[in-house]
Design a protein around this ligand. Structure first.
Ligand code: BEZ
Length: 211
């Protein structure tokens, strides 16, 4: 069954390039980005793993751990890491789950049989400190992900978890945000001392409150 927003991310035990883990225990009370790639030693995946490694410190700044997965075995992941470093200049600095028996892939519905019977699609799950799934994205094998977009979404998820706001299209950290329509103008004035602009009765914008 698909893993949906608000679900508790299923727990599992798996071999990784950094040893055996129990997912919830490994994650602890951090945020986590769990992402699958279709296959080791393939071109797009090689660029993606390098891109993710380059941004690990940005994820860490936001209290988030990253972990990859494919159905390849752990010795294959380990051998491929050298190629990733050769091509992208990035040492793979996060664990990659080996899932040859597809236990985790099935748990998270990462194999989409009408795309491929044997390989995981490019799934992304952003999981909050309470283990609840806050974001899912799925890309096909032919399209590499933009890991900066995942950072951008993480900024929004963390902001909106703590303030009565939502973020508009194409928002980036530091841009104005939207006051939740559920707040009255009086409540909004108290919560947002910098004020807000009413563009429509249901669309009020205010400077990002934690800046
Ligand atoms: C790639 O990473 O380039 C790739 C992986 C699996 C299928 C197609 C492309």
């Amino acid at each position: 069954m698909a893993v949906r927003l608000g679900d508790v991310a299923p727990d599992f035990t798996a071999e990784t390039t950094q040893g055996r883990i129990r997912f919830h225990e490994w994650k602890g009370d951090s945020w986590a980005i769990l992402f699958s790639h279709p296959k080791d030693f393939t071109p797009v995946c090689t660029t993606e793993l390098g891109a993710a490694a380059a941004l690990k410190s940005e994820f860490e700044k936001r209290g988030a751990k990253i972990i990859g997965l494919s159905v390849d075995p752990v010795d294959s992941h380990a051998r491929w890491e050298q190629d990733i470093q050769d091509v992208t200049g990035q040492k793979v600095n996060f664990p990659m789950i080996a899932d040859p028996d597809r236990k985790v892939s099935d748990l998270y519905d990462m194999i989409h049989p009408n795309a491929s019977d044997t390989q995981t699609v490019r799934s992304v799950f952003v999981i909050a400190p309470d283990h609840k799934v806050k974001l899912t994205i799925t890309y096909p094998a032919s399209t590499g992900r933009n890991f900066r977009e995942i950072l951008r979404v993480l900024d929004s998820l963390q902001l909106t978890a703590n303030h009565s706001v939502s973020t508009p299209a194409d928002w980036n950290d530091g841009d104005d945000v939207i006051v939740l329509p559920a707040l009255s103008d009086d409540e909004a004035r108290k919560k947002f001392p910098k004020g807000f602009e009413t563009k429509k009765p249901y669309l009020r914008v205010t400077p990002q409150p934690n800046r």
